[in-house]
Design a protein around this ligand. Structure first.
Ligand SMILES: [Zn+2]
Ligand SMILES: [Zn+2]
Length: 209
């Protein structure tokens, strides 16, 4: 009797209409962040620098540093979102004939042997708990070390960290640097805006109260 390995027919793809609808909804958090950035740009540049600060030298200095940080912040965010995920090379894909053997194997040991035999030329060291070579049933590939299947992206992703809804992309091998830079520049952006506007923020509330 063949050993069960899950639903082999499920390739992770949804029907076209539902899939398009789901894809559109996934952009909501990204649009929200973009709207917050746009609003903060207006508040800082127009309301603070142009309308509230009277000293021209202070205005220029604040605006120059603000725009440098803003460009770096936006550049890293853009690259985190739009860098394509690292996918598994085609030579890790198991041929259909071997797939049939794996799915119809009588014992786990038999499956293990087929996978081990296929992976012997591949640079893979990680194993599952039962000592078998890691294999993705959905993508029908041997999983490279540190690769994981992302159900949102519908593919095995190299060095996958997590799927981040705020960038609508997997944080992975290809965009890890941009993601870390994005976090750093986001912090720098917030600190810069908070510290340079603090005096005017306090003044505003003193006058209002
Ligand atoms: Zn996969
Ligand atoms: Zn993903």
């Amino acid at each position: 009797m063949p050993v069960a390995m899950g639903n082999y027919d499920n390739d992770g793809k949804r029907s076209t209409a539902l899939g398009s609808c789901m894809s559109a909804l996934k952009w909501i958090p990204v649009i929200f962040i973009a709207a917050v950035i746009a609003w903060s740009y207006y508040a800082y540049v127009v309301q603070l620098c142009l309308l509230s600060i009277e000293n021209t030298f202070e205005q220029i200095v604040f605006l120059i540093f603000y725009h440098i940080i803003c460009v770096l912040f936006f550049w890293s965010y853009w690259n985190t979102i739009f860098t394509p995920v690292g996918t598994v090379p085609s030579n890790w894909r198991i041929p259909e004939t071997d797939i049939e053997h794996i799915f119809h194997a009588d014992t786990q040991d038999q499956q293990k042997r087929i996978l081990e035999n296929f992976a012997k030329t591949l640079p893979v060291t990680n194993r599952t708990l039962n000592g078998s070579v890691r294999f993705c049933e959905k993508c029908k590939i041997i999983k490279p070390d540190r690769a994981h299947h992302c159900s949102v992206c519908g593919a095995c992703v190299l060095k996958m960290d997590h799927h981040c809804p705020w960038v609508n992309n997997c944080v992975n091998f290809t965009n890890y640097k941009y993601f870390v830079l994005f976090l750093g520049y986001a912090l720098l952006y917030c600190l810069y805006v908070a510290l340079t506007s603090l005096e005017y923020f306090i003044r505003f509330w003193r006058v209002s109260l």
